[in-house]
Design a protein around this ligand. Structure first.
Ligand code: ASP
Length: 297
């Protein structure tokens, strides 16, 4: 098969502080350009979403990898998921410390399918076992987050769901295979051990070549209630296109029982891209069928 590739990335949904708006736009733009080049070289969707998300994890403008929000105890605990829409294999890690590129640790689990989701110390032990690099806790903490965290110790609401955000990517490669990856430092000032939607299959990400692929961002506690990414994929399975599916998913998040905040990016099996969000901002970048890159916040 030799189909037109598709790619969409996000840098989280929320309220982006003014000083982070331009870096966030640049971050998603560069991640998308990197992924697009790989897709056009014939690389797999799985490689592309991993590399695009790695790039965003390394960019301190986002709440993933270095630059993540701190937990209430002042450390970084990250979550990530990666899924292959051809085989439905996936890997995920949650509440893991000392890992800069959680998406790559999650990817290693795709090749160890007897375990798909590892948390906390167990994920660190697995990383050591397979020789995956661990970093000092301090290497993941940036000054901006340390200051925000200190502020929150006196005012628990300070900075809540503000600033910058989770990252994710959905790609369809030339073979028509779809993959997704999502990575996050979670919510600001979260309790140690708190896990949101991002590393949970169907919630923070889902990919199935037959349905499409989706990556979510926003308040994980609410996105989990609607199993957001499986919901988006199921909408695509009923022949809604990616844009309609994204909108319907956010409508569901807005049900009075939930009143959730968030966003979702999608690719449908025909390669269409779509996104929707109900927060003030969602950093995103995607390619139109004619190869034009669109960046928005
Ligand atoms: N969904 C992520 C979480 O709840 C946070 C985010 O997307 O901003 O951990």
């Amino acid at each position: 098969m030799n189909v037109q590739p598709s790619l969409i990335v996000h840098g989280g949904a929320g309220t982006f502080d003014e000083d982070l708006q331009q870096p966030s736009r640049e971050g998603v733009r560069t991640a998308a350009m990197l992924g697009w080049e790989m897709l056009n070289e014939g690389r797999s969707a799985l490689d592309v979403v991993e590399q695009a998300v790695r790039f965003l994890e390394d960019d301190p403008a986002f709440d993933s990898g270095r630059g993540s929000f701190l937990t209430a105890s002042g450390v970084v605990e990250v979550d990530a998921l990666i899924m292959d829409g051809l085989t439905l294999r996936y890997g995920a890690v949650a509440a893991v410390r000392r890992v800069a590129n959680a998406v790559s640790l999650a990817r290693l689990l795709i090749d160890h399918p007897e375990h798909s989701l590892l948390v906390s110390e167990g994920a660190v032990e697995f990383a050591k076992h397979v020789g995956f690099p661990l970093v000092d806790e301090e290497a993941l903490i940036v000054e901006r987050e340390l200051l925000r965290w200190r502020g929150a110790q006196s005012d628990a609401a300070a900075g809540m769901f503000k600033g910058h955000d989770t990252v994710g990517a959905v790609a369809r490669d030339r073979d028509g295979n779809i993959a997704v990856a999502t990575s996050t430092g979670g919510t600001f000032n979260k309790l140690p051990g708190r896990v949101g939607d991002s590393p949970l299959i169907g919630c923070g990400g889902f990919a199935d070549n037959m349905l499409g692929g989706a990556s979510a961002t926003g308040v994980g506690e609410d996105l989990m209630k609607i199993v957001a990414c499986k919901t988006a994929c199921d909408f695509m399975g009923t022949l809604l296109n990616a844009q309609e599916a994204a909108q319907r998913t956010i409508q569901r998040l807005e049900e009075p029982r939930i009143t959730g905040l968030g966003g979702v990016i999608c690719i449908d099996p025909a390669g269409g891209t779509g996104f929707a969000y109900n927060t003030p901002h969602m950093a995103r970048a995607y390619y139109q069928p004619d190869g034009t890159l669109i960046v928005g916040l």
